[in-house]
Design a protein around this ligand. Structure first.
Ligand SMILES: NC(=O)c1ccc[n+]([C@@H]2O[C@H](COP(=O)([O-])OP(=O)(O)OC[C@H]3O[C@@H](n4cnc5c(N)ncnc54)[C@H](O)[C@@H]3O)[C@@H](O)[C@H]2O)c1
Length: 359
């Protein structure tokens, strides 16, 4: 492909704003259009990001020849249907996490993209987060010896939009929403070594009025190569987003904190306009992040996906990775539901992960 990769964004709110920002710094990308059913919002979004075309109907955007690749930033329950339509229109697909709601949908998405000869790229930015990329390089160069234990946690006080809290649309609570990050992060650190078993504990600790989903979870994975990985996920942690990881090896240990590790320690009597994602009150002490989108690796992620489309190369994170993460999520909900360790491979025809927990 000689020219820039033409992009169509799907969605015009939270994560799509990050996609638009990130893609602006990718030299080979050109955002051609944005689509979202809310007319006023999609028009404002197009104006704000200087995107030349906006649509409220997916079919109209997919009809544009200038679009090579779409980026799905719509709620989880729409990922499969949108991917099938995009593949049908011969567009490469970047889909936000989690891949979709169940394993049948995952298979449909993977096979539709294969049949159409387009790439299905799974957007897991932690595999591109600069601090985590450096952390993995310490492991890869042998500086930490043989890996023994991985830890990763993401915590904030709960999502901004209703669809996350509605388990029928999201598929599950914090394990589905943020556990998916940790699971793919561990698989990436461990070079896709197979996961042998999953044990999980989940609770709806604080937000019982808002959701039937889990708002706190601890997930323990055992890999075939003997590594244990522990994920802690929370939708009840106040004071802004937390994202940190540890690698414990036979000859060393490394700790990485994405958001507080290189932020500005701030004390303000009035509060800060914007400190960090889901900061809540910033009166008194808070931590102010800078270049948040870059620190999270979104421009790096999109540069990689755009280059894959332009040069027809294999993406670092694919639909198959998204499916493996989803299988692990189903096993985690099954474990939390039974109180027992669950062995992988885990086959299930459940249509949504949370159903294996709230039986
Ligand atoms: N990688 C990350 O860190 C990250 C962060 C936030 C969200 N996400 C994922 O991105 C997705 C969207 O989350 P969000 O926070 O942007 O939600 P949001 O509610 O802020 O935005 C959702 C967007 O989808 C649009 N939409 C609704 N129905 C649609 C349809 N039928 N067709 C096309 N668009 C439609 C809405 O109009 C809205 O613009 C979710 O799957 C979420 O898990 C990922």
């Amino acid at each position: 492909m000689d020219t820039k990769v033409g992009i169509g964004l799907i969605g015009s709110q939270f994560v799509s704003s990050i996609h638009a920002e990130a893609l602006k710094s990718v030299p080979d990308a050109r955002i051609v259009a944005v689509m979202s059913p809310t007319k006023e919002h999609v028009e404002d979004f197009a104006k704000k990001h200087a995107i030349p075309n906006c649509f409220t109907r997916l079919e109209d955007m997919l009809a544009m020849d200038e679009i090579d690749m779409v980026v799905i930033g719509a709620p989880n329950h729409l990922h499969c249907d949108i991917t099938l339509k995009a593949a049908g229109a011969k567009k490469h697909v970047v889909v936000e996490k989690p891949l979709c709601l169940n394993l049948d949908e995952a298979d449909l998405m993977i096979s539709a993209c294969k049949r159409a000869n387009v790439m299905l790229m799974y957007a897991e930015e932690l595999c591109f987060t600069p601090k985590y990329v450096r952390l993995k390089s310490l492991l890869d160069e042998g500086a930490l010896g043989k890996p023994v234990l991985f830890k990763q946690s993401e915590k904030h006080d709960g999502p901004h939009a209703d669809h996350f809290w509605d388990v029928e649309r999201s598929g599950g609570g914090v394990t589905m929403d943020m556990g998916c990050h940790a699971i793919q992060f561990f698989r990436w650190l461990n070079n896709r070594n197979p996961i042998r078993s999953v044990y999980a504990q989940m609770a709806t600790s604080v937000h019982q009025q808002r959701t039937r989903g889990d708002d706190n979870a601890i997930i323990i994975l055992e890999f075939e190569n003997g590594v244990t990985a522990v994920a802690e996920e929370s939708w009840t942690k106040l004071g802004g987003m937390d994202d940190r990881a540890e690698i414990h090896g036979s000859e060393g240990v490394a700790y990485a904190d994405v958001l507080q590790g290189n932020s500005i320690q701030t004390y303000s009597k009035k509060g800060v306009g914007y400190a960090v994602e889901k900061a809540g009150s910033t009166v008194g002490w808070s931590y102010t992040i800078y270049e948040e989108v870059w620190n999270y690796g979104f421009p790096q992620e999109f540069e990689h996906f755009v280059n894959c489309v332009k040069n027809n190369t294999q993406p670092l994170v694919t639909g198959e990775d998204g499916k493996a993460v989803l299988e692990t999520i189903f096993a985690a909900y099954a474990s939390a539901g039974t109180g027992k360790k669950v062995m992988l491979p885990f086959l299930t025809d459940a249509d949504k992960p949370f159903k294996l927990w709230l039986k």
